[in-house]
Design a protein around this ligand. Structure first.
Ligand SMILES: Cc1cc2nc3c(=O)[nH]c(=O)nc-3n(C[C@H](O)[C@H](O)[C@H](O)COP(=O)(O)OP(=O)(O)OC[C@H]3O[C@@H](n4cnc5c(N)ncnc54)[C@H](O)[C@@H]3O)c2cc1C
Length: 513
């Protein structure tokens, strides 16, 4: 879809309700009244007291009615979690979120204790759109009694484990979230979605699909996946089996670097016998974390990107890869220094090979291990490596979740980059306009490289909720970029003050020259 974003802001403005707005929504929402009504607390005492779980059944104990929702979220990773947290300040809207796991865990199989969050902690579940929301990261620090020590510890960037605990803290207090509720299939009957779980059926007018991405496995490795050919998402559970083995890590992004570094840093008795690190890129490339590139992760750029022609978006995505898929500078420096120590100081050095510029072309069993066929990207020479275990740090891609199979023929064809989403993250589908299906983490091709990133989680969630309630309940508009992007702003709009643009055009007499 190539829809033009409204200049100066993507959030809907007050006016007639768009299709899909549940009954009972009538016009702009009084935010003060809502704020006071959450948990029956005022803004002041909400700040002073620890958030408490709310009563789960909001319909006087009638379980059937309590299962009919305006918005039902499937999956409770960070993205739907953000929607669930922000929805607590829109109490007129009946939302509910289902998660298959017994509790909230953020990438549990690949969360290294030593790895850091790759975004600012301000990019938490709520703060970029509603910093007063009780589910902010700072509120988590206060309520878990660590804010003073956090403030005195050089914690930038924040370790990933800390954000995992923050997510679990938030999820554990949501009255609109249920765990151990794996969704098996979704049907659309007359005017609502019927969402099936082992425990029962939930009905909703709109869906928010946040079931995450699936491992991207190179074609030549697909038939070999098992205990000795595994995706990076299964690494932690498998690492003890790699002690004393020859291990290849395929992939030169952050995950590949974290796994290589983790294996390198293990105590000598628990290391592999050797590690071979392979990437198709011509070097182990650094993430472009520079100031203006970071504006690709601002709402303005997302709006600009969305209105471009599909071919152009495709081209930009491939050129912007290192803005999201490169390796952090700190990790690269750590690895480089560690290899120096390994080679010149370590009494018990590990054997390693670094193979940039090599594409994995084929794989075949060799004894109890694997022969990896490599093609050098510059010279065209063929090479190989024989290893016991292969870790595929080859990223993630979109696939339509199995539970949506009953609706597949009413949806556009998915690609590994997602679905052709509308500006408000809903998908055009062969069903009533008043019933929308929002997709989170399925818009790389429609909304750009920010889509799988945590940066805009709260902005996207707010944009979706605004679209559902039909008002600018959350402030999602206003200029957010230093750069000018065609179709969005005029040259005179430089910054937003209270939702209005400040015109800082320099008066003629003040101009230089
Ligand atoms: C190791 C790792 C580290 C990352 N670190 C960063 C970072 O530092 N900064 C950054 O910007 N991005 C990071 N990312 C990228 C991105 O932020 C994360 O992948 C993020 O978790 C995506 O959130 P999500 O909600 O889309 O999916 P997920 O986190 O994958 O969550 C999806 C949820 O849906 C549930 N689910 C699936 N199917 C069903 C079903 N049928 N019924 C019910 N529930 C279901 C799953 O159990 C899961 O809990 C990282 C990614 C990885 C893999």
């Amino acid at each position: 879809m190539n829809e033009k974003a409204a200049p100066g802001g993507g959030g809907p403005t007050n006016g007639p309700l768009p299709p899909g707005i549940p009954d009972g929504f009538s016009g702009p929402i009084d935010r003060t009244a809502q704020f006071e009504s959450v948990n029956g607390q005022t803004g002041e005492n909400m700040r002073a007291e620890a958030p408490r779980p709310r009563k789960r059944d909001t319909d006087g104990g009638d379980p059937a009615r309590s299962r009919e929702f305006d918005l039902l979220g499937i999956g409770l990773g960070p993205f739907n979690l953000s929607t669930a947290c922000l929805a607590t300040s829109v109490p007129q809207m009946r939302t509910h979120f289902l998660e298959q796991r017994a509790d909230n865990r953020w990438h549990p199989r690949v969360l290294f204790p030593e790895s850091d969050l790759q975004v600012s902690f301000l990019k938490d579940l709520v703060s970029l759109v509603e910093p007063t929301n009780r589910f902010s990261f700072l509120n988590f620090l206060v309520h878990t009694g660590r804010i003073h020590r956090f403030a005195s510890t050089p914690q930038v960037p924040v370790p990933r484990w800390e954000f995992a605990r923050y997510y679990a803290w938030a999820a554990g207090q949501l009255a609109n979230a249920e765990f151990s509720r794996g969704v098996t299939h979704v049907q659309f009957l007359s005017d609502s979605f019927h969402v099936h779980t082992e425990q029962g059926v939930y009905t909703a007018r709109n869906l928010s699909v946040g079931a995450g991405l699936v491992p991207s496995i190179p074609a030549c490795a697909k038939s070999h996946v098992g205990p000795r050919v595994l995706h990076s998402s299964d690494f932690l559970a498998a690492r003890e089996r790699m002690v004393g083995q020859h291990v290849a890590v395929v992939g030169g992004g952050q995950s590949g670097a974290e796994i290589f570094s983790h294996l390198l840093d293990r105590p000598p008795a628990r290391r592999p016998a050797s590690i071979t690190w392979i990437t198709r890129r011509n070097t182990f490339a650094c993430m472009d974390d520079s100031a203006f590139t970071n504006e690709f992760f601002h709402p303005d750029y997302v709006r600009y990107f969305h209105q471009l022609a599909p071919e152009r978006r495709h081209d930009l995505l491939s050129r912007q890869q290192l803005a999201s898929d490169g390796i952090s500078t700190a990790l690269l420096q750590h690895i480089y220094r560690r290899l120096y120590e390994n080679d010149f100081a370590d009494p018990d050095p590990i054997r390693y090979r670094l193979l940039p510029g090599n594409a994995l072309r084929d794989m075949s069993p060799q004894g109890t291990g694997w022969h990896l066929g490599l093609l050098h990207q510059d010279s065209g020479t063929r090479g190989g490596s024989i290893v016991d275990t292969v870790v595929l740090a080859t990223g993630y891609e979109f696939a339509l979740p199995d539970f949506l199979a009953p609706l597949a023929d009413r949806l556009p064809d998915p690609s590994p980059l997602g679905l052709p989403l509308r500006d408000d993250y809903s998908v055009p589908w062969a069903g009533p306009d008043r019933n929308r299906i929002f997709f989170l983490n399925a818009g790389r091709h429609s909304h750009g490289i920010a889509d799988p990133n945590l940066s805009l989680a709260s902005w996207r969630a707010a944009h979706i909720l605004n679209s559902l309630v039909g008002t600018a309940h959350f402030r999602t508009g206003g200029r957010t970029s230093t750069c000018e992007w065609p179709g969005l702003h005029t040259a005179n709009e430089t910054t937003a003050v209270d939702g209005a643009y400040l015109d800082v055009t320099v008066p003629a007499e003040g101009r230089r020259g």
